[in-house]
Design a protein around this ligand. Structure first.
Ligand code: LM2
Ligand code: CA
Length: 485
């Protein structure tokens, strides 16, 4: 379950948070395929509760009403069309699956596919689930049925997360409904699953569920392939529930990664200490991790959030993302956001008057209509290409100068250098690269045989004179053998 099934030579995904399926299909064809992204994490594709107060918040999608594939991102037909077009473009689709719970308890209403629900009586006829399919006071002992104590794993897994009706995933019927949903997505041609709130599920239930899910479509992926599974476990190191308890059913989202890099790129912890970046920092093994600088939760203070870098601080955010993509540790996910008022952590995606989602407009390389599209920033997409070119080459030629100056290579394929000091870096460094004239892919591109940004010359011994001014827009340079004059 830990192979993302990227098409050949690709190595990073993006999360197109709240995009519609038709916009994602177009983005696969016009951008993600050509620019070398491996895949896309999509918002939950199943029917969710329609929340109108606040007005259609992003988090309504984390309140399932059924497993029908109709949401504000589109219909089942739209989803199928997107998956097949993206697969054709060499881009994989990973579905965000919410299988720990249904809606918040209390109240009645409708879902995005028109199914009714009665959360007073725990009835979800669109599945159908009834009251006996949920955990109750026989296995959740907190009185109010809510989770309060994160030091008690039974409470975290059997009680209600922020009041959400908690499914009894140990029950055969519940498992079979969840498996039916996941198999439906596999039939459509998706490559894997992000598992929302995995921390709130028993690892044994997850291994049983994924153990029964079909193999991926052989016409797309070849025979005998298990879906890629990455499980959302917020483990900052201080609780009895640990990420490594979930490795039997796939990878785990690594939350220490973004928190630690935020400190480094905010100059609260010396960058030179990154020389042993990886398990030595209390993180999972590289092959067990999905890594990211921020996600849709913690960029707005939800999901254990706060303190991470986001697109609201573009300079350190680009530096941290470039480090993530340059370094071999983990399987990286680039966040792609919409703009929002930071005082309003509920705000949903850009919406029309009728509450439908606004399309992503494209002007040159930039997105409009309130979509931020970090994945289209030059520094991001060029570092995705850098990672693809680096491939399996290990980290080499580690160099550090003062506290906030580092450089490293990826074998004889690529080199990156950073200078966060308040003064310039000028230094001859061993790049490990073949001699030649390379374009710095941070300050520009290789176009018509020339560099639109800085040029860096590597001599016959593999050395290059690296110059990074403290006042550079992005105080880093990156070169690779795919962008040579
Ligand atoms: C997660 N991890 O396991 C995410 O980190 C977390 O952000 C998700 O909550 C959670 N799982 C459920 O998928 C998000 C959001 C919450 C929101 C829930 C459900 O962060 O704010 O809760 O989705 O939509 C909302 C209200 C909350 C209310 C709840 C139930 O904000 O006040 O609780 O709905 O009605 C009474
Ligand atoms: Ca649970």
């Amino acid at each position: 379950y830990s192979d993302p099934h990227c098409s050949s030579g690709r190595s990073a995904i993006t999360h197109l948070f709240e995009w519609t399926w038709s916009d994602i299909a177009k983005e696969c064809e016009r951008f993600l395929g050509p620019y070398g992204y491996c895949g896309v994490q999509i918002s939950p594709p199943n029917e969710n509760r329609v929340v109108t107060n606040p007005r259609r918040p992003w988090w309504e999608r984390y309140q399932p009403v059924s497993y029908k594939l109709q949401t504000r991102s589109g219909s089942e037909q739209d989803l199928k069309d997107m998956v097949s077009r993206c697969n054709k473009a060499g881009v994989r689709i990973y579905a965000d699956t919410v299988i720990n719970h249904m809606t918040g308890v209390g109240g009645t209403g409708q879902g995005t596919a028109g199914s009714s629900y009665d959360a007073n009586q725990l009835k979800y006829p669109g599945v159908p689930y009834g009251p006996t399919d949920f955990n109750d006071n026989s296995n959740c002992h907190t009185g109010d049925m809510q989770i309060h104590n994160y030091n008690n794993p039974e409470e975290v897994r059997n009680c209600r997360l922020v009041g959400l009706a908690d499914l009894k995933a140990g029950k055969d019927y519940v498992r079979s409904e969840i498996e039916g949903y996941l198999n439906h997505l596999v039939d459509i041609g998706i490559a894997g699953f992000r598992v929302d709130a995995a921390k709130h599920m028993w690892p044994g239930d997850l291994t049983a569920i994924f153990g029964s899910v079909k193999n991926l479509r052989s016409d797309v992926f070849g025979g005998g392939k298990k879906p890629f599974v990455f499980q959302e476990v917020i483990d900052m190191g201080g609780e009895p529930i640990k990420g490594d308890q979930y490795l039997g059913s796939g990878r785990v989202t690594n939350f220490i990664f973004g928190a630690k890099l935020a400190q480094v790129f905010r100059k609260q912890n010396a960058m030179k200490y990154l020389s042993n970046w990886g398990s030595a920092w209390g993180m999972l093994k590289s092959d067990d991790s999905v890594v990211f600088i921020d996600n849709h939760d913690n960029q707005r203070g939800h999901g254990g959030g706060g303190g991470v870098l986001t697109h609201f601080e573009p300079r350190p955010y680009k530096l941290a993302t470039a480090f993530m993509l340059a370094h071999p540790y983990g399987f990286p996910r680039v966040m792609s956001s919409y703009n929002f008022n930071q005082a309003n952590t509920d705000q949903g995606p850009p919406q029309n008057g009728d509450m439908s989602t606004k399309p992503v407009t494209i002007n040159g390389m930039v997105c409009g209509n309130g979509w931020t599209c970090e994945h289209r920033w030059r520094q991001m997409y060029n570092m995705v290409a850098f990672r693809n070119i680096a491939g399996y080459s290990g980290l080499s030629n580690w160099w550090s100068g003062s506290d906030y100056q580092i450089a490293f290579s990826r074998g004889n394929k690529a080199l990156i250098a950073f200078n966060l000091e308040g003064y310039d870096l000028s230094k001859s460094l061993n790049t490990g690269l073949p001699s030649g004239s390379y374009c710095d892919v941070i300050s520009g591109n290789l176009e018509n045989g020339g560099c639109t940004g800085k040029t860096i010359d590597v001599d016959g011994s593999g050395h290059a004179s690296i110059h990074i001014s403290s006042s550079d827009k992005d105080p880093m340079v990156a070169i690779h053998v795919g962008a040579k004059k």
